[in-house]
Design a protein around this ligand. Sequence first.
Ligand code: FAD
Length: 472
Amino acid sequence: MSVDVIVIGGGFAGLTAANRCAEHGLKVVVLEAGNDRLYWCNSRISTGALHVAFRNPREPADGLFDAIMETTDGTARRDLARALTSRASATLDWMEAAGANFIEHPRRSTGVNMLAPLREMRAGLDWEQSGPNLFLQTLESSLVKRGGELRRGCRASAIERDDGRITGIIFDGPDGAETIAGRSVVIADGGFQASEELVGRHITPRAGDLQRRNAGTGCGDGLRMATEIGAAALGLETFYGHVLSRDALDNDKLWPYPQVDLICAQSLVVDRAGRRFADEGQGGIYVANAIARLDEPLSATAIFDAAVWHDALTTDNVPPNPSLPENGGTVIEAANLATLAQKAGIDPDGLAATVAGYNDFVQADGAAPIEPARNIGDYKAFPVTDAPFYAIPVCAGITVTSGGLAVNGRGEVVDTDDRPIAGLYAAGSAVGGIEGGPRAGYVGGLIKSFGIGLIAADSIAGTFGGPEYALD
Ligand SMILES: Cc1cc2nc3c(=O)[nH]c(=O)nc-3n(C[C@H](O)[C@H](O)[C@H](O)COP(=O)(O)OP(=O)(O)OC[C@H]3O[C@@H](n4cnc5c(N)ncnc54)[C@H](O)[C@@H]3O)c2cc1C
């Protein structure tokens, strides 16, 4: 079998690229490893908040570009960030034309578009009736109507080349190993968060101590296949994720929600010695990365008081008070810090000293010394003074890896000299270099999928004589 374009992965990135290629009149096939009709992938179970670094994609492109550079501390590839943001509003237009419906987020109503209908936003995972699941099915139907094909149960394993040019993909299908011929390949396999080996190599040697907050399908096949033929990879050391109750490790009602992010950002997180180890004020994604890198990730504990616990009734998407204890998550309560430390398995002297220093810092509005440094600009930091005191044993929940293949502003995968590998493209979570940096900056898994999926498809169309895609 021979096609114009082979897409690896049937998530939003793959189905967007495939539909757009089919719109351009190209013959396209999507190889999807999953077998089920509603095969799991991160796209299907996602919450559906469409943003660019938490900004509305309809905002002016320059501001969105600046937001990406700010959140990644300047580490994002400028060409890709520019291409993504200059087309962000058009990406939403394409999605709406393709059948996506958006509503405003009920709690974060600052312009974050949510794929409708909204998931229930309760503890645990619900996805069946959600906008992302329905839209993924719509995209598959549209692809088929346009003459494209999605082949389930086909796991790509290697890129075939002849004289430096891509000629096809080898995959394991229902009948064993097969080859499909095609001169353009889009890698959209969703990242490497489900590979304990790769997470262990790039993110933390304690990969087994992270909680899976994902579909379990991103195994890094695309990263491996492409780097085997010379592709460069960027930013493999950070991930997008959240702080979860440690009980989520064996209680499915505690992931992907409720998150413990806001409680951490409003108070402090300590290790077994009672010491802080991260700037909690950077937010939950940053803290989840810091927890993952601890020698003992499963020692992290959030410490807070009655004021923060009361605040947690209303301030989050799925408020952990009361959903966390109601669903079996541990919340330790004590009348004083010494008893709290003893119940939580934390060194009491260490905790007392840390809380005293932290309270001095908060009460001095950040003017007192504190180590590690604490940002108080983004979240209100509460002192730990009002009994009862609380502790939540937490863990790092990994949703999706931030790094991946190096891709330029045309969606082309590049080699270690930044030269495009002819015929090879990537989109979605397979792409690195647009998120991450020292604070694990998050730009948005969905915009990476839809936005880069469209960019890659338009570039491919150009190579087949279609309209040239203009870089600005
Ligand atoms: C619980 C949860 C909530 C989220 N909420 C949001 C949100 O609100 N906003 C946001 O921006 N992002 C969110 N994300 C992240 C976002 O969903 C992902 O970043 C995005 O959907 C990734 O799309 P993708 O197409 O790159 O990968 P995926 O959707 O994971 O699809 C990749 C597909 O490739 C297939 N595959 C893998 N290897 C192979 C292979 N070798 N051969 C063939 N097929 C293969 C997999 O089976 C899978 O179907 C969330 C994620 C999760 C898990």
